[in-house]
Design a protein around this ligand. Structure first.
Ligand code: 13P
Length: 257
């Protein structure tokens, strides 16, 4: 059974003090339940203040938004897996399309970051997704499969037990134009088939595959109604307490598959 996961990617939003106030408000919402796993990914600078604000609420877990593949060294401006672990992170988002597009992260770099996450017991949320041009050219399967092949090269099935994949079509991110479940579901099936072919049916069945891209309280139930969609990676709608809490609460209504 895959427990649904609702993850909020705050991106470059909220100072440490704003983030702590926000996290305290989230705790007041009583939105946690064993039926759903909730993860928030504040900016690095806010991880410590959010961790303190979440004390006594272990059901809201912390994620980094990125990491460097080395543990330490001369990498000005970077943050490593041990640093995230030390601040209480259990998850890390890797390969987000903004990192791919704006910071030129390729699948080879993402593969090294995944290795660092696995090495340190951080659970990666690996993002994959096609651009609008790629979708319109009928290349979605090729693009998604290529991203998975490149970034997951060389990992063992046991490592993948900690992996979550997020399908985030680039054209749906921050646009208010979410994919329809009819557009998302075949891609989720492609991802699961790929995991089955390259690793095993157990890996395919055990891996959570989230949808991300303009998820809101209004559309989240449509995605979660499908057995193929194991949760959501939420951007804009996770920055308001009410909308993130209502997404998390709606996800509780969907029992794990
Ligand atoms: P939006 O929900 O704002 O479209 O962002 C999605 C996203 O990029 C989450 O990682």
């Amino acid at each position: 059974m895959r427990i649904p996961l609702i993850a909020g990617n705050w991106k470059m939003n909220k100072t440490a003090s704003e983030a702590a106030a926000f996290a305290r408000e989230l705790v007041q919402q009583n939105m946690t339940s064993p039926a759903v796993e909730i993860v928030i990914a504040p900016p690095f600078t806010a991880l410590d203040s959010v961790r303190h604000a979440l004390e006594g609420e272990p059901s809201i877990r912390l994620a980094g938004q990125n990491l460097h593949w080395e543990d330490h060294g001369a990498y000005t401006g970077e943050v490593s897996a041990p640093m995230l672990k030390d601040l209480g992170c259990q998850y890390v988002i890797l390969g987000h399309s903004e990192r791919r597009a704006l910071f030129r992260e390729g699948d080879d770099v993402i593969q090294k970051k995944l290795a660092a996450a696995f090495r340190h017991g951080l659970k990666p949320i690996l993002c994959v997704g096609e651009s609008l041009d790629q979708r319109e050219a009928g290349r979605t399967t090729e693009i998604i499969t290529g991203q998975l092949k490149g970034s997951l090269a060389g990992f063992e099935a046991t490592q993948l037990a900690e992996l979550t994949i997020a399908y985030e079509p680039v054209w749906a991110i921050g646009t208010g134009k979410a994919a329809s479940p009819e557009q998302a579901i075949p891609v989720h099936q492609t991802i699961r088939r790929f995991l089955q072919q390259e690793w095993s049916p157990a890996v395919a069945q055990g891996t959570r595959i989230l949808y991300g891209g303009s998820v809101t309280p209004q559309n989240v139930a449509d995605f979660l109604a499908s057995e193929e969609i194991d949760g959501a990676l939420v951007g804009g709608a996770c920055l308001k307490v009410e909308s993130f809490a209502s997404i998390a609460t709606l996800a509780q209504k969907r029992t794990g598959h």
